[in-house]
Design a protein around this ligand. Structure first.
Ligand SMILES: CC(C)(COP(=O)(O)OP(=O)(O)OC[C@H]1O[C@@H](n2cnc3c(N)ncnc32)[C@H](O)[C@@H]1OP(=O)(O)O)[C@@H](O)C(=O)NCCC(=O)NCCS
Length: 268
């Protein structure tokens, strides 16, 4: 496993809104090692970067070094206003409200993550639904369980990233995933008593798909079969421009939400 670095726990931008607490409160509890400042209420109207996760107990040891993560609650009352204040618009006028809010919240989180890794202009574009990152930066967006999250890094540190968060998929719905899984993978999941086995498998595919898609590689989900070395870590080999690359997958579960991070190293 990669060595972790303290992420937002030590930086000046270590802010967290209390409004985040009902969903995944444990994500934001103070580090047992005491490196976090206490959670602060931020004045969102003067804080275009939105809400940042600070808990070293959560971030340490799983996010790839040099990456930054930002989170928005999609039910935050001021999402629309903050998005408008920085020029973020939904891509269509007629989106249903939930989709509109998750899109705007995702873009706000993206701006925050990009600012945390030093982007002067944290504006992202869009192509066929996929984010287009500013030159010199990479990242990924996901939403689920009332949260919109974005991860970003400098391209000199990471070639590509993919993030996925998912609420737990109940076992009785798991059969729906069969089409997206390899036969051996599906059988192994069926034989497992781990209540997270299906969610972990699905989130890994989503995160790896995003990571590869950002490298212009479209892969069928059933071909994205990670080799799990523990419940927290897997590796997946993929091909980009005829060359094999390794995707690292790191996973954590907090308060009934799985967080999956895929990363492709520079030079792979
Ligand atoms: C693109 C995809 C990965 C999104 O994942 P999801 O779990 O549905 O949704 P998430 O909330 O985690 O992620 C959505 C975000 O992914 C990003 N995204 C969309 N397309 C993307 C792509 N091709 N590459 C990277 N990121 C992408 C967007 O930022 C989007 O958020 P936004 O529209 O608000 O900006 C998903 O639609 C997918 O699986 N597409 C591939 C089709 C496929 O093969 N599915 C399997 C069927 S068996």
């Amino acid at each position: 496993m990669r060595q972790s670095v303290a992420l937002m726990s030590r930086g000046p931008a270590a802010n967290v809104t209390r409004s985040l607490e009902p969903v995944g409160a444990d994500l934001f509890r103070e580090s047992a090692r005491g490196v976090n400042p206490p959670p602060q209420k931020i004045n969102d109207s003067s804080h275009s970067a939105g809400a940042h996760m600070t808990s070293a107990s959560f971030t340490d040891g799983w996010l790839p070094p040099g990456t930054k993560l930002a989170i928005e609650r999609i039910d935050a009352a001021d999402i629309e206003a903050r998005a408008a204040s920085v020029g973020i618009r939904a891509y269509a006028e007629n989106l249903v409200p939930k989709r509109r809010l998750e899109y705007l919240a995702g873009r706000l989180a993206t701006r925050a993550a990009l600012q945390l890794v030093g982007a002067d202009d944290p504006t992202i574009g869009s192509h066929d639904g996929a984010p287009v990152w500013p030159p010199g930066f990479c990242g990924s967006i996901s939403h689920s369980a009332g949260l919109a999250v974005a991860v970003a890094a400098r391209s000199r540190d990471w070639r590509s990233l993919g993030i996925d968060i998912e609420a737990r998929i109940p076992v009785h719905r798991a059969r729906i995933l069969q089409k997206a899984m390899g036969a051996v993978e599906f059988e192994a999941a069926q034989a497992s008593t781990d209540p997270w086995v299906w969610t972990r498998a699905w989130a890994a595919k989503e995160a790896a798909y995003k990571c590869l898609s950002a490298l212009s590689v479209e892969t069928a989900f059933e071909a994205l079969v990670p080799r799990w070395t523990s419940t927290d870590h897997a590796q997946l080999q993929a091909w980009v421009d005829g060359a094999a690359i390794q995707i690292e997958l790191e996973c954590r579960i907090e308060d009934e939400v799985i967080w999956m991070m895929a990363s492709a190293a520079v030079g792979d």
